[in-house]
Write a protein that binds this ligand. Sequence first.
Ligand code: 6PG
Length: 475
Amino acid sequence: AEAKIGVTGLAVMGANLARNLARHGHTVAVHNRSQSRTKALIEEHGDEGAFVACETPEEFVAALERPRRIIIMVKAGAPTDAVIEEFAPLLEPGDMLVDGGNAHFLDTRRREAALRERGIHFVGAGVSGGEEGALLGPSIMPGGSRESYEALGPLLEDIAAKVDGVPCCTHIGPDGAGHFVKMVHNGIEYADMQLIAEAYDLLRQGLGLSPAELADVFEEWNKGELSSYLIEITAEVLRQVDAATGRPLVDVIADRAEQKGTGRWTVQIALDLGVPVSGIAEAVFARSVSGHAELRQAARGLPGPSGAPAGPVGEGFAEDVRRALYASKIIAYAQGFDQIRAGSAEYGWDVDPGALATIWRGGCIIRAVFLDRIREAYEQETPPVTLLTAPLFAEALGLAQESWRRVVAKAAELGIPAPGFSTALAYYDSLRAERLPAALIQGQRDFFGAHTYQRVDREGSFHTLWSGDRSEVGA
Ligand code: 6PG
């Protein structure tokens, strides 16, 4: 046994993680079900470090020093279970199986519990940063036992991205905590992408800017408070010209956004936890709307706004959109962090939101200067109930809100869908509101179903005898 760690599953993500480990001086055992991938990895990158190519699971397990550390990089779902079933019988108590895929955290909880019975540590680790991140430094979100983190942490921190010398990897919490926060990370990623896409659409249709001009706008925005990986790549995508047609690439890409599931899971789980993640939900629905060709085809002829918009779309509009984007982004992240708090409470994980913001500053898809602000907010003596009221964000929202309202109003006037901006503003105004019309909803519920209501002036539950003399009775 000579390898420090092993990677099984050598598609791009797995191969790149193995290379990253090897490049950091760790001997890595590599294994893949079909050997062609293992061969290709060694042929193309074998000189980057010390690899031990293994043909069979037995050989792979034998190549690892004990306790064994095995990273599984296969498709989420049944393939992951199949690999676990293949390896678990070959392992010994104390060995560690790390699932670095985008697994559902409930699957991770199930697997962790089952393997714990067999003395094996199962570590559900979120890994973000795409293919390049895996190779050059991802953000890593490992869940599982403390004990396993002691053995794995130093290796994972070594290969993770660094910001100000701090590795973008930390122990998130027991069992499914790592995959839960990775799921919400992806939900936030969906929301962020949707908001950027809306900003693009509003500027393109509202101001008539070309994709190349918009690339300049996003490049400029990337120098300020919006500075982030997603804004940076937006500029690059917008600048790309299609070789075949000479047109902007964005104009020849079919406008149907796909999804593999993590955003949808985030919303499903948020519904179960009762956490309003409207920004993420609208982002998932917007992708879904884009893919409904038959609905869009059927509705294409419906009337849009007639005549000229009430106010001109002037120079200031771009700055309004920028502010609206920043404000909406604050809302989406605040909602995502609320979901993490709720999940942590529900499952007893004790996730530290400040530590999470810290490891999302680099390596991952949502990496941004902004995450450092979130870290600061959570490191205050009294952490905010919601990020919206953290002084820095409260101030930013205050500065942005007039612009934000103009943008949402203008979008409605022009007939440009802006579900992300709109729902974010609605959330902001809902939380701010002195009174919500929920009182009327309670009245309606009591009317048709005697569901009772509470009063603002007295304790207890009450019911009005709607079909009787309409007097009120205690319930
Ligand atoms: C990451 C990404 C990664 C993957 C997404 C894409 O953090 O590196 O989130 O996990 O690219 O799952 O998700 P969709 O295919 O659902 O857009």
